[in-house]
Structures are given as structure tokens and as C-alpha cells.
Design a protein around this ligand. Structure first.
Ligand SMILES: Cc1cc2nc3c(=O)[nH]c(=O)nc-3n(C[C@H](O)[C@H](O)[C@H](O)COP(=O)(O)OP(=O)(O)OC[C@H]3O[C@@H](n4cnc5c(N)ncnc54)[C@H](O)[C@@H]3O)c2cc1C
Length: 290
């Protein structure tokens, strides 16, 4: 029997009655594990004033926090590993390692280890450069699933995860509202404008999760203390063999200007003087809703 068949067999045992499961767990303890990688971005605290450098890049030299959008991926991963009956969650990031409070937060929630790629030569990386770095880190060790948010809260091109999937040769499923694993397949309810797509994909795969896919836990005091001694690896571009391919040198995107978002116009108020309904209908007709 090939390792692939063994893994499939081991996963299928989760569906068997409790007594059988304990016996099989003993026989194939490692094969029941599910290893999940979560891409997490450390971003400047949105509550603090933001500034840009001369290349229109967001100034990330101050306090950094775990992007709230990524807490959903961390929680989802923890729940899937729990359901699988073993395995671990690894968080990976690209950015400055001067402040790693965001990664410690993910470790305090329950992730087992963190890896951050931090290097001066990454300055000016675009989304594809970021994806190359993340794919190189993720590809170093075997994994079952990669999770990311659909888009980050500070830059949000929403393109990084699918580029990671392409570079790793993985199926990618975006906008997940619900994720479950059955045997060696992944089941995802994918949010669309009209409703949901029900998707099945083989593992390993990459999934981007929306806010609300799960309710992220707060780190407990015990978790915060444990996080201090969990492994946090800092890698350079040279460690990944990506010299000359990422950073400003390899970037194909450039931020040409940054402008303030247009403020929203206040809505029109109708005072009902007996003709309120007609006014609303006329308005809906004018915007072609009716
Ligand atoms: C012109 C330009 C200049 C840049 N300059 C720099 C720079 O000087 N230094 C630098 O470090 N970066 C730089 N970046 C990279 C940038 O910070 C982002 O990491 C990258 O553009 C992707 O961010 P996004 O908001 O578009 O991600 P999205 O595609 O919106 O993010 C979706 C999800 O992908 C994952 N993800 C995205 N980015 C990261 C990440 N960095 N680490 C881990 N997971 C991630 C997260 O799960 C995130 O929620 C630059 C990007 C551009 C376009």
C-alpha cells in the first residue's frame, strides 16, 4: 500500500465508531495528523494614523498587529486540526521582524510555530513577489492545507493567495464561508453574489476564508504565556534562494499615487406628504431597480 493510500485509509477511520477509532489511532498515529499553514500578515495598527514613504508604500516601521482578517484563517485551521485528531498549525508571514506581536498573537491562539521572512531586500516587493516568498516558505515542508484571508486590511489586492496556489501547483478555492475535511477531500461553501457554490477539492489545496467563517477565539492567559516559548523562525531571502527575484528588483507593480477615498454622499431624504410611496417608486425607477 502506498503512503497516499495509507493516509486515505487513516483519514477514513475518523468516520468509524469511537472504539475502532482509538485502536486505529494507535496503529497509525502520525497519519491522522492534519498540517495546516496559515498565511498571516502583520499590518500597522489601523487605529493609529497611517503614513506613506516616498515610493507611496505604507510606512510599516511602527507597531504591527495581526491583521484581523487573518484571525479567521488561524481559527479555522485550529478547528480543522482539532477535528482531525492531531497535527499542527504553522503561520507564515512576510514583512518586518522588528515587531512580531502579531505572530505571537497567532501562537497564543494555538498555532504551533511561526515563520517570518524578513529582509531589507524585500522592500518594494509587489503582490507576486510576496506570493513567491510565501510559496517558497510553505513548500519547504509537507502540508495538507493552506489558508489565507480573501484580502488583507491594509493593502488588499486580494491576489496574493491565488498566486501562492499557482506557484505551488495547488487547487485554490476563494471566498469560503464554511470549510470541512472528509477523508482526503476538502468541502467548501463558497460565497457568491447569488448564494453559495458547494465545492469539493482534493488535498492539499489552498482556501481563502471570509470574515465570519468562524468566530476567532481570544488568546487565553495560558496561551499568551505558552506563545512566548513557541518556535518563531526568521528567514532571509537568501535562505529561500530567491535573491534577485523578489523585492523592488523583481516587482512588476508600482504604486503611482495614493489618494484619499471619496467621502460618501449623504442620501436623499423624502418627507412623506401623502406622496411618499410615489416618490420612492420614482427614485427606484430612476436608478432602474424597477
Ligand atoms: C508596490 C508594492 C510595494 C511593496 N513594498 C513592500 C515592502 O517594502 N515591504 C514588504 O514587506 N512588503 C511590500 N509589499 C508587499 C505588501 O506588503 C503585501 O504583502 C503584498 O502586496 C500583498 O498584500 P495584499 O494586501 O495585496 O494582500 P492580499 O492579496 O489582499 O492578501 C490576502 C491574504 O494573503 C495573505 N498575505 C498577503 N500578504 C501577506 C504577507 N506579507 N505575509 C503573509 N501573508 C500575506 C494574508 O492571508 C492576507 O490576508 C509591497 C507591495 C506592493 C504592491
Amino acid at each position: 500500500m502506498t503512503p497516499k493510500h495509507l493516509i486515505q485509509k487513516a483519514r477514513d477511520f475518523k468516520l468509524e465508531p469511537e472504539g475502532t477509532r482509538i485502536l486505529r489511532l494507535w496503529r497509525w498515529p502520525r497519519l491522522l495528523a492534519m498540517n495546516i499553514v496559515v498565511c498571516v500578515k502583520q499590518i500597522p495598527d489601523p487605529a493609529a494614523p497611517q503614513s506613506f514613504d516616498s515610493s507611496n508604500n505604507l510606512n510599516r516601521s511602527g507597531k504591527l498587529i495581526l491583521d484581523e482578517a487573518d484571525t479567521y484563517g488561524v481559527e479555522m485551521a485550529l478547528q480543522l486540526v482539532d477535528k482531525a485528531g492531531g497535527g499542527e498549525v504553522t503561520v507564515v508571514s512576510m514583512g518586518s521582524s522588528v515587531d512580531v506581536a502579531g505572530l505571537r498573537n497567532a501562537l497564543a491562539m494555538g498555532a504551533s510555530k511561526a515563520v517570518i521572512v524578513s529582509d531589507d531586500s524585500l522592500r518594494g516587493s509587489d503582490a507576486l513577489g510576496t506570493a513567491k516568498v510565501l510559496a517558497a516558505v510553505i513548500g519547504r515542508s509537507p502540508f495538507d492545507l493552506v489558508l489565507a484571508a480573501t484580502e488583507s486590511s491594509d493593502g488588499y489586492t486580494g491576489t496574493t493567495p491565488v498566486q501562492v496556489a499557482e506557484l505551488l501547483g495547488l487547487p485554490s478555492i476563494t471566498f469560503a464561508k464554511a470549510v470541512s475535511v472528509e477523508g482526503s477531500s476538502l468541502k467548501v461553501s463558497r460565497q457568491t453574489e447569488a448564494g453559495y457554490d458547494e465545492i469539493t477539492a482534493p488535498l492539499p489545496a489552498l482556501v481563502t476564508v471570509t470574515a465570519g467563517v468562524v468566530e476567532p477565539r481570544y488568546a487565553s492567559f495560558k496561551g499568551i504565556m505558552a506563545a512566548k516559548s513557541k518556535p518563531l523562525e526568521v528567514l532571509s531571502v537568501a535562505d529561500l534562494g530567491l535573491e534577485g527575484q523578489v523585492g523592488a528588483v523583481g516587482a512588476r507593480e508600482e504604486i503611482v499615487s495614493v489618494v484619499a477615498a471619496e467621502s460618501r454622499q449623504s442620501g436623499e431624504k423624502y418627507v412623506d406628504e401623502g406622496d411618499g410611496a410615489q416618490k420612492v417608486v420614482a427614485f427606484l425607477e430612476s436608478i432602474k431597480v424597477l
